[in-house]
Design a protein around this ligand. Structure first.
Ligand code: BGC
Length: 454
C-alpha cells in the first residue's frame, strides 16, 4: 500500500474529470480559433495548412530520398515505395552535436548537406536525381509544399538565422555550396504529417497523425471550407487538406495554468524557450524525465520517498546537481517493472545513487511517481486526440501515432485510450495505430503524391 505522503506529493499531477473536461473545451476552442483567419493571430495552436491534400492510395511506386530533422538524431533515408501498401526503408543516422543545435543555422544546414552527400555517395546514387522529401519537425508557415518558413525553434534547437527563413531554400543553398550532389527538394513536411501519411498508406481510415517523442504535436485531415488560411486556388479541386495543429504551443495563453504544477513552471523557466511550448513541456520526452527528477527532489526533502534510508539527503543532492540524470526512458523502464522484483527500478537506483537493492516500498513509490507523470502526459495527449477525432467529418477515425514516448512506454497507449473513450463522441469510433517510420515513408509518400498531382 502506498502511504499518504507520496499520494499527496503527486496529487497535483492527477487530473480530475472536471479538469479533463475543461482542458478539452479549451483545446477545442483553441483549434477553432487557429483555423479562422480573424482569430489565428491570437491562437496558440497555429493550425498551419500543410498543402498536402491527397492521402496515399497504397499504389505509390518509386524511389525517394528523405531527410529527417527534429528529434534526437538526424537521418538520411532511401525509401522504395513498392505499391500494394508496401515500402522498403534504408537509413543512416547521424548525431546532431549540441553546438550545431544552437550554433549558426548555416552550419546546421551544411552538416545536413554533408550527411546527405555522404549517403548518396555510399549508395552510389550520385546520378540518380531522386526526388527528396524533407521532414523538418518544427513549426513552419508553409506557402506551398516546397516552401516552409520556420516560425520558431523548439525542442532544444536554437540556431540563429533560420526563424523567418524558408528552410527549403536554406537546404538548397547548402547543397549548392557543396556542388557535389544534385537533388530536387519536392516537399517539406512536419513529422506528424509523415506519420499520418504513412499510416494512411496502410489504413485508409487514418485521419489524424500524432507524435509523442522528443516533442509533441498533431495534424489532422480537415475540410478545406474550415481552413481560412488556405488560399482559394487550393479549394477548387480538392476538398481536404492536412492541418498541422502545432498543439505543443497550447497553453501559452494561460489555458493550462489551472492544471500546471510548480514543477511545470520550473521546467519552463529553465528551458531555452521559456513561456513557449507549454503543452509540449507537460507531454513530451524532452521533459518527462526532468519532471520526475524535480518531483523526486521534493519527495526526498519531504521524506515521502526513501523515508528510512540514511542516505536520503545525499540522493537529493545527486538529483539536484545533475540535470537530466533521470531520463524519460527510465520512466518506461520503471513502469515496465513487476512486483516484487522491480528489476529495472533497482538497476536505475543503483546507477543513480549507487544504492544496492532498493526496498520494495521505495520501488513502488518510484513507480507511482512515474505513473502519475506519464499518465498525465497521456491524458493530455488523449484530450487533443479526442478533439481532433471529434472535429473530423468521418465517423470512423484511425489515429496514427509515433514517437519514442508512445512507442517505448508500456502503458501510454492504454492510458490514451482510456481517456479517449470518455471524450470521443458516442457516434464515432476510433482506433490508434503505430506508425511505421512516418518521417521516412511519410516523406516519400508526400513526395509521391506531389508528383502525381503535377
Ligand atoms: C514541433 C512540431 C513537431 C513536434 C514533434 C514540436 O516541438 O514544434 O513541429 O511535430 O515537436 O516532433
Amino acid at each position: 500500500m502506498l502511504d499518504t505522503e507520496v499520494r499527496e506529493l503527486m496529487q497535483s499531477f492527477v487530473l480530475s474529470d472536471y479538469q479533463v473536461q475543461e482542458v478539452y473545451s479549451r483545446f477545442y476552442a483553441e483549434i477553432s480559433k487557429g483555423l479562422k483567419r480573424s482569430t489565428n493571430a491570437q491562437a496558440t495552436t497555429k493550425c498551419f495548412p500543410t498543402y498536402v491534400q491527397d492521402l496515399p492510395t497504397g499504389d505509390e511506386i518509386g524511389k525517394y530520398l528523405a531527410l529527417d530533422l527534429g528529434g534526437t538524431n538526424f537521418r538520411v533515408l532511401l525509401v522504395s515505395l513498392k505499391g500494394h501498401h508496401d515500402a522498403r526503408v534504408e537509413f543512416q543516422t547521424y548525431a546532431v552535436p549540441k553546438d550545431l543545435m544552437i550554433g549558426p543555422g548555416v552550419d546546421l544546414f551544411d552538416h545536413i548537406a554533408e550527411c546527405l552527400a555522404k549517403f548518396v555517395a555510399k549508395h552510389d546514387m550520385k546520378n540518380a536525381y531522386l526526388p527528396l522529401g524533407f521532414t523538418f519537425s518544427f513549426p513552419c508557415v508553409q506557402k506551398g509544399l516546397k516552401e516552409a518558413v520556420l516560425s520558431r525553434w523548439t525542442k532544444g534547437f536554437k540556431c540563429p538565422g533560420v526563424a523567418g527563413e524558408d528552410v527549403g531554400r536554406l537546404l538548397h543553398e547548402a547543397i549548392q555550396r557543396r556542388g557535389d550532389v544534385e537533388i530536387a527538394v519536392v516537399a517539406i513536411l512536419n513529422d506528424t504529417t509523415g506519420t499520418l501519411m504513412s499510416c494512411a498508406h496502410r489504413n485508409a481510415d487514418c485521419r489524424v497523425g500524432i507524435i509523442v517523442g522528443t516533442g509533441c504535436n498533431a495534424c489532422y485531415v480537415e475540410h478545406v471550407d474550415q481552413v481560412d488560411l488556405l488560399d482559394h486556388e487550393f479549394k477548387r479541386e480538392k476538398k481536404q487538406v492536412i492541418v498541422n495543429c502545432e498543439w505543443g504551443a497550447f497553453g501559452e495563453g494561460g489555458q493550462l495554468d489551472f492544471v500546471r504544477t510548480e514543477y511545470d513552471v520550473t521546467i519552463d523557466n529553465k528551458s531555452i524557450n521559456p513561456a513557449q511550448q507549454l503543452f509540449e513541456k507537460m507531454t513530451s520526452g524532452m521533459y518527462l524525465g526532468e519532471l520526475v527528477r524535480l518531483v523526486l527532489i521534493r519527495g526526498l526533502q519531504k521524506k515521502a520517498i526513501f523515508k528510512l534510508n540514511p542516505r536520503r539527503e545525499e540522493f537529493a543532492t545527486i538529483l539536484e546537481e545533475n540535470e537530466n540524470i533521470f531520463e524519460t526512458r527510465h520512466i518506461s523502464e520503471i513502469e515496465s517493472d513487476t512486483f516484487p522484483e522491480f528489476a529495472n527500478t533497482r538497476r536505475i537506483c543503483k546507477q543513480l545513487f549507487g544504492l544496492e537493492k532498493a526496498n520494495v516500498e521505495d520501488c513502488q513509490k518510484l513507480k507511482y511517481v512515474c505513473e502519475c507523470v506519464s499518465k498525465r502526459a497521456a491524458t493530455l495527449v488523449a484530450i487533443g486526440a479526442s478533439g481532433l477525432v471529434n472535429k473530423t467529418f468521418d465517423r470512423k477515425v484511425v489515429v496514427g501515432m509515433d514517437g519514442s514516448v508512445y512507442r517505448y512506454h508500456p502503458k501510454f497507449d492504454e492510458y490514451i485510450r482510456e481517456t479517449m473513450h470518455k471524450l470521443v463522441k458516442p457516434d464515432k469510433t476510433f482506433d490508434i495505430m503505430l506508425s511505421e517510420d512516418g518521417s521516412g515513408r511519410g516523406a516519400a509518400l508526400v513526395a509521391a503524391v506531389a508528383s502525381k498531382t503535377k
